[in-house]
Each structure stands twice: as structure tokens, then as C-alpha cells.
Design a protein around this ligand. Structure first.
Ligand SMILES: Nc1ncnc2c1ncn2[C@@H]1O[C@H](COP(=O)(O)OP(=O)(O)OP(=O)(O)O)[C@@H](O)[C@H]1O
Ligand SMILES: [Mg+2]
Length: 303
């Protein structure tokens, strides 16, 4: 997990954020932003920039590298700080709490508002970027792949999907979005992979999940990464989360992806609860029924 920047937020002043925004702006054009661009980008005097650079370097919000020129870039923590600042200015959140989960490409934290919410920082291009760099250590800006851009796009895609699907589909209620971060309702219950369903609950829970997949398809999306790790089961029912890779139903591969999602989830139930599940499932007709949003309960996945 990336270091939690919440601890330094209280020490930061408005001008520190001007500097961070100035670096962010420059990163649209190059990986390392020339120090000479910073006064203009941040609206600070040269002296003020010097002072703010020191403060932000000490807190590891920016990194320095001298190539042909002295360049700076945001660290992930610096980018997180900018998003947190925006959420706090909008009164979306009042504080940051404990980690709720670490995904392959995200860090999820509890945040305080009137009620506890969840904040998901997307890490998409960042984790890939680290791998790419190890393979070929390029320093030229020609190949500049900005993780800021990749992570921000992923967050936008996820937020768009949540806004379209909520409340018709049982997904976390979207609350706010900025840069690579989204704020949403906290999940009720535990991940399906960790849930121990009583035998009489098994088919009912699977039906609820398939029902939500059908509603999502009806609302215009295929999740495209359905698994026991992206469904929560609680007292109030089930919630499907983790939507950045969702694909619109008018996409060429939508049906294929829906079929794969259906197989993933039904096969998980068959592996974990073999005694409660039919041996044979007609996946084609089940997928058809879900796409039409009119499947008839258990009958649809029995031969
Ligand atoms: N709204 C939420 N409320 C509480 N916990 C959450 C919430 N969203 C995500 N989490 C926790 O954070 C973890 C990672 O979230 P999510 O699955 O959305 O991220 P990811 O990086 O895309 O995951 P994956 O590893 O599946 O690619 C989840 O497994 C879950 O435990
Ligand atoms: Mg996930």
C-alpha cells in the first residue's frame, strides 16, 4: 500500500497545494517538470517556489531529478494529497480513517463524513508503470506514460458506471469523484469469498447476484470482472463493486464478457458449495436470460 498522506494534510498550507497543482499541470506535457516552469504554473514567486519545493520534498509529495534540467514530478502521495484537499474543500470528507482494503490496483480507506464512507484511490497506470520501467529503463519523454492519466481515467470510468447503475442496481452509492479517487458508500457485509453461507442461503444469494447482473445489463453495463472478490454479502443483501473495467452493453464484446462473468460466478458457487448446486448448468440460456433481464429464478440455471 502507498503511504497514507492523511497524516501530513494538516501541516500543508494553501501555497503547498499551489505548488503541487503547478507540478501536476506540468506533468501533462512531460514526466519531469522543469523547475523554471513552476512559478508560472503555480502562480507563486520564484522565492516562494523554492520554499514550497523544500516543504513538499521533505514530505515526499514530489520527487526531483536532474536530467538536462532540474525536473520535478508528483509522487503518488502528492497526487493523493491534491485529491484529498479537493474533497475536503467540497466538504465531501472531514477526515481519513483506517484502510478498508488493498486491491491489485487500488487503495481503499475509510473516510469520515456524516456517516463513514469509502475512498478508493486508483493506482492503475502506477503499478503497471513500475513494471514497465523495470523492463526498459527509459528516461526520454517520448515514451512518457502518465500514471496520473491512466489512474484518473479508471476512476472516471468507475464513477460513471456507479452513477448510471445506482440505485437501479445494488452498487455502492457514488458520493464524489476527483482526479484518481472516488468516494462512495461503505460496503455492507463481507466479500463473498470470505462469507460462509448456510446451505439454505446458497442458491438465494446466487440468484440475487444474477439478478443484479441482469439489472446492470438492462441499465447498460457488463461488469467484466465478476468474481467472489467483487461482491459483498451482508444483512441487507448483496452489493457488486469494483466497476472501472465495466463495458457498455453496445460494445462488440459485451455478450462474451457477460457470458464469462456468469461462468465465473456460477463456477465459484459450484466449487464452494457443491452440494447445493445443480451439476449441469446451461450457460448459454442462462446468459441469454440475464441479457433479457427475465430469467426465471433457479429454472434458468438448471438443465
Ligand atoms: N465501498 C467500499 N467499502 C468498503 N470496502 C471496500 C469498498 N470498495 C472496496 N473495498 C475494499 O477494498 C478492496 C479493493 O477494492 P476493489 O475490488 O474495488 O479494488 P481493485 O483494486 O480493483 O480490486 P481487484 O484486486 O479486484 O482488482 C475490496 O476487496 C474491498 O475489500
Ligand atoms: Mg476487486
Amino acid at each position: 500500500m502507498v503511504r497514507n498522506v492523511a497524516g501530513v494534510m494538516a501541516e500543508l498550507e494553501s501555497e503547498d497545494f499551489y505548488l503541487l497543482s503547478g507540478v501536476e499541470q506540468g506533468m501533462r506535457f512531460s514526466e519531469w517538470v522543469n523547475r523554471e516552469k513552476l512559478p508560472k504554473n503555480s502562480g507563486l514567486t520564484k522565492e516562494e517556489v523554492d520554499y514550497r519545493i523544500d516543504r513538499c520534498m521533505t514530505r515526499e509529495l514530489i520527487e526531483r531529478k536532474t536530467i538536462q534540467y532540474e525536473g520535478y514530478k508528483l509522487t503518488v502521495e502528492g497526487y493523493d494529497a491534491l485529491a484529498l484537499r479537493t474533497f475536503s474543500q467540497r466538504d465531501t470528507i472531514q477526515g481519513v480513517g483506517a484502510p478498508l482494503g488493498v486491491g491489485k490496483e487500488s487503495d481503499v480507506l475509510e473516510v469520515q463524513s456524516f456517516k463513514p464512507l469509502a475512498l478508493k484511490f486508483h493506482r492503475e497506470g502506477y503499478t503497471n508503470f513500475r513494471e514497465v520501467r523495470r523492463e526498459r529503463d527509459y528516461t526520454s519523454d517520448n515514451h512518457h506514460v502518465s500514471w496520473l492519466y491512466t489512474a484518473r481515467k479508471a476512476a472516471e470510468r468507475e464513477y460513471d458506471a456507479l452513477e448510471t447503475l445506482f440505485p437501479q442496481v445494488s452498487v455502492p452509492r457514488p458520493v464524489d469523484h476527483n482526479r484518481h479517487a472516488i468516494v462512495m458508500a461503505k460496503l455492507d457485509g463481507v466479500e463473498l469469498s470470505k462469507a460462509k453461507l448456510a446451505s439454505e442461503q446458497v442458491t438465494g444469494v446466487l440468484e440475487l447476484i444474477l439478478d443484479e447482473m441482469a439489472s446492470a445489463y438492462d441499465a447498460g453495463y457488463v461488469h467484466a470482472d465478476m468474481s467472489e472478490y467483487n461482491v459483498a454479502v451482508g444483512e441487507q443483501g448483496i452489493t457488486i463493486f469494483d466497476w472501472p473495467q465495466a463495458v457498455p452493453t453496445d460494445h462488440d464484446n459485451a455478450r462474451e464478457l457477460l457470458a464469462r462473468d456468469v461462468k465465473n460466478i456460477v463456477r465459484y458457487f459450484r466449487r464452494k458449495y457443491p452440494g447445493e448446486m445443480p451439476d449441469d448448468v446451461d450457460f448459454d440460456s442462462l446468459t441469454d436470460a440475464i441479457a433479457r433481464n427475465d430469467f426465471e429464478r433457479l429454472d434458468a440455471y438448471r438443465d
